[in-house]
Design a protein around this ligand. Structure first.
Ligand code: GRF
Length: 219
C-alpha cells in the first residue's frame, strides 16, 4: 500500500452503530490510514445508517425478508459488499450468522467484535451471564471471523475488572468504552499492514499471533 492509499473498510451493522461511529471518527483524523467506504444493514431502522449518512458514507439496506433463504441473502450481500472492493469487512453489531460461503469469500479480511473475553462467553447476553457466573473480569474481543460463531482467532482484547456494584447496564457501558478503543485500533493495524491474515492465521508484524494484543481498562 502506498503512503497515501487508504484501506477500504466496509462495515456491517444491525443496530445503534456506536462502534461504527468510533470507526468513522477514527477515520476522520488526519493521520488515519483507512476509510469507511460503505455501510450495510439488514434492518432499515438501524440507527447506524443515519450515522453513516451524516458522515457522507454510502448506507445500504439489504432486507433478508426479500430472499428465499440465508444463502441467497448472503450471496446478494457479498456481491454488494464486493462492489466496494474492501480490504477489510468489519462486523459491528451485525446480528445475523453468516453462512460459510460468505465467510469463506471474505476469509482473509473479515473481523468481528464480541462483548466478552473470548473464548469465554460466546453468544448473546454476555454481561448478564458474566455477572451470573461471578466472574471477576470481563471485556471485549476483536477476532477473525470463521464459520463457527465467535470462534476465530482473537486479535485484540480490552480487559476490565468487574466491580462489586456493576450491573448488566454498567458493564455494557464500560465494555462499550473499551470497544471504541480496540476496534479502531485493530483496523488501523490492518491499514498499516502490521496485522495480516494468512491461511486462517493472524500475523502481527509477520509472526503468527499466539495471543491477542491486550489493552487494560484504567481502574
Ligand atoms: C457491541 O457490543 C458489539 O460487541 C456487539 O454488538 C454491539 C454493537 O453495538 N457485537 P453498536 O451497534 O456498535 O452500538
Amino acid at each position: 500500500m502506498s503512503e497515501r492509499e487508504l484501506l477500504k473498510v466496509v462495515v456491517l451493522i444491525s443496530g445503534n452503530g456506536t462502534n461504527l461511529q468510533a470507526l468513522i471518527d477514527s477515520a476522520a483524523s488526519s493521520d488515519a490510514r483507512f476509510e469507511v467506504a460503505a455501510v450495510f444493514s439488514n434492518r432499515a431502522d438501524a440507527r447506524g445508517l443515519d450515522r453513516a449518512r451524516r458522515a457522507g458514507i454510502a448506507a445500504h439496506v439489504i432486507d433478508p425478508r426479500e430472499f428465499d433463504d440465508r444463502e441467497r441473502f448472503d450471496a446478494a450481500l457479498a456481491d454488494a459488499v464486493d462492489e466496494y472492493e474492501p480490504g477489510l469487512v468489519v462486523l459491528a453489531g451485525f446480528m445475523r450468522i453468516l453462512s460459510p460461503a460468505f465467510v469463506n469469500r471474505f476469509a482473509d479480511r473479515l473481523v468481528n467484535i464480541h462483548p466478552s473475553l473470548l473464548p469465554k462467553f460466546k453468544g448473546l447476553h454476555t454481561h448478564r451471564r458474566v455477572l451470573a457466573e461471578g466472574e471477576t473480569e470481563h471485556g471485549a474481543t476483536v477476532h477473525l471471523v470463521t464459520a463457527e460463531l465467535d470462534d476465530g482467532q482473537p486479535i485484540m482484547q480490552y480487559r476490565l475488572d468487574i466491580r462489586a456494584d456493576d450491573t448488566e447496564d454498567s458493564l455494557e457501558a464500560r465494555v462499550h468504552e473499551g470497544e471504541y478503543l480496540i476496534y479502531p485500533r485493530t483496523v488501523a493495524m490492518f491499514a498499516e499492514g502490521r496485522v495480516t491474515i494468512d491461511a486462517g492465521h493472524v500475523l502481527l508484524d509477520g509472526e503468527i499471533m499466539s495471543e491477542p494484543v491486550r489493552i487494560e481498562a484504567a481502574s
